[in-house]
Design a protein around this ligand. Structure first.
Ligand SMILES: C[S@@+](CC[C@H](N)C(=O)[O-])C[C@H]1O[C@@H](n2cnc3c(N)ncnc32)[C@H](O)[C@@H]1O
Length: 447
């Protein structure tokens, strides 16, 4: 464990363009192993997710077992899952139904016996109807536009071996995403849908994101691509083994689907209904960046499997804002969150300075944290504890997406630490220097 660092020097602060008081929080999360944290975290890849260790750095400092920890932009559920794994009540909200599905699968999971029993039932049902599904799959791959009951995009039809595709069509129709155990299996399957190793069902694309559909169609036609045969049930069974390496999270958890602008009010109502602490002691969140990620477009294969509409997702999410509307949006979010924070509650906003958008310079991405404080948080009555700077954060996923130039888009992460009151501000400042235990799995006494 390394000691908390000293405050950055004045020169360094100027170099970083910091106009706000800095908070000396050592980014120890970067020193942890890639898969540090609960084994549910890597259930499925998700763009712009933060590491579980980053969530832990704040959960450990600013909450205690039994406290509610809220993330209004929960993505794949990193912060609420890590909170639940550490004995807190993890609450995650997102407007993206795929993010909701992943968060719900992690926070309201199937236990190992339930998941494996359901998998056995699926295998048996498949064995009884395999010929029918195979005929349907073959017809769909031969004529995707004429597939029944719905046309299938050509880029989906080319992605899988015919046997794998038949099993997938079967599982897609058998799984009920409203049912807890089925949802867990569907989320696990979404996580192994495409990738380059034998654990994945299609080798057409990397695991991280879906490539542009047109590129995929042209690539498949040009190379005569054919995916190796992969057994859906075997791959799912192996995925379950990996997921259940950690014991189930010991804290309670809940997932909410909806706009962050009323996530605070909905979280309080949901916590009240379950007789849990209504107000969050801690918010840890990473709001969508300025126009950097298209969560729908880059996940079209997973969305197809889950019956979600990628275009509708991109049309709904708040990723396309320029700076002024973005700040208005965040101000509305923060307004709603304030009553959902405990009296001494702390809110941690992880963001990046966005200098380029897919390689093109954008003028309004720099100094964002400062603007968020001045134009969104201060006017709503928050207290500023300070800003922690993580200046060598490498966005590997972004780099893969848009090349090295895009990797530079968010080189500097700014972590804005706010509080609901003066006592919260003092707690946040005092907690910044506290040593954090990085033992994983955590020692029992620390839960
Ligand atoms: C940077 S990501 C958060 C990633 C998350 N920290 C994780 O580890 O997976 C931002 C999230 O904001 C969500 N989002 C965008 N607009 C939203 C809105 N108006 N309300 C709620 N969520 C929204 C996106 O779907 C995305 O999951």
């Amino acid at each position: 464990m390394s000691p908390p660092s000293a405050q950055p020097s004045t020169a360094r602060q100027l170099e970083l363009g910091l106009g706000l008081p800095s908070l000396a929080i050592e980014p120890e999360w970067k020193a942890q192993q890639r898969l540090w944290g609960h084994s549910f975290h890597p259930m499925s890849s998700y763009l712009a997710s933060f590491p579980a260790a980053l969530a832990h750095a704040f959960i450990a400092r600013y909450s205690r077992p039994g406290d509610a920890v809220l993330d209004p932009f929960s993505g794949r559920g990193t912060a609420p899952l890590q909170a639940a794994a550490e004995g807190r009540v993890g609450v995650g909200n997102d407007l993206n139904p795929f993010a909701y599905l992943l968060t719900a699968a992690k926070l309201e999971p199937a236990n190992p016996a339930e998941a494996r029993t359901r998998l056995t039932a699926l295998r048996l049902a498949w064995a009884a109807s395999a010929d029918d599904w195979q005929a349907r799959a073959d017809a769909s791959q031969a004529d995707p536009a004429g597939a029944r009951p719905f046309p299938i995009p050509e880029e989906v039809a080319v992605a899988f071996h015919r046997r794998t595709f038949a099993q997938l069509l079967f599982t897609q129709s058998a799984l009920d995403l409203e049912a807890r155990v089925d949802r867990f299996l569907a989320a696990a399957l979404a996580g192994v849908l495409h990738g380059k190793s034998p654990s994945y069902l299609s080798t057409l694309m990397p695991n991280t994101f879906s490539m542009a559909p047109r590129y995929v169609r042209e690539y498949a036609a040009k190379t005569g691509f054919s995916s190796p045969e992969r057994d859906v049930f075997e791959c799912l069974a192996a995925k379950l083994d990996r997921l259940y390496r950690s014991p189930l999270p010991r804290g309670a958890g809940m997932a909410l689907l909806g706009d962050a602008r009323d996530a605070g009010a909905r979280a309080m109502a949901a916590l009240h209904e379950r007789r849990l602490p209504e107000r969050a002691r801690l918010i840890v969140t990473s709001p969508p960046y300025l126009r950097v990620v298209k969560y729908g477009y880059y996940n079209w294969l997973r969305h197809w499997f889950l019956g979600l509409d990628s275009r509708a997702i991109d049309a709904t999410l708040d990723d396309a804002h320029r700076r002024t509307p973005y700040l208005v949006f965040l101000r509305e979010v923060l307004r709603d969150l304030l009553p959902a924070l405990a009296e001494d509650g702390v809110a941690v906003l992880v963001g990046g300075d966005v200098a380029t958008d897919r390689g093109r310079k954008i003028p309004d991405g720099l100094g964002l944290a400062e603007r968020v404080w001045e134009e969104a948080a201060a006017p709503e009555g928050y207290h500023l504890a300070g800003i922690a700077v993580d200046d060598v954060h490498a966005h590997r996923k972004m780099t893969k997406l848009w090349g090295a130039e895009a990797g530079r888009a968010t080189q500097v992460d700014r972590i804005l630490v706010l509080a609901a009151s003066e006592s919260g501000r003092r707690r946040a400042v005092a907690g910044a220097g506290l040593p954090v235990d990085w033992t994983w799995p955590p020692r029992l006494r620390s839960l």
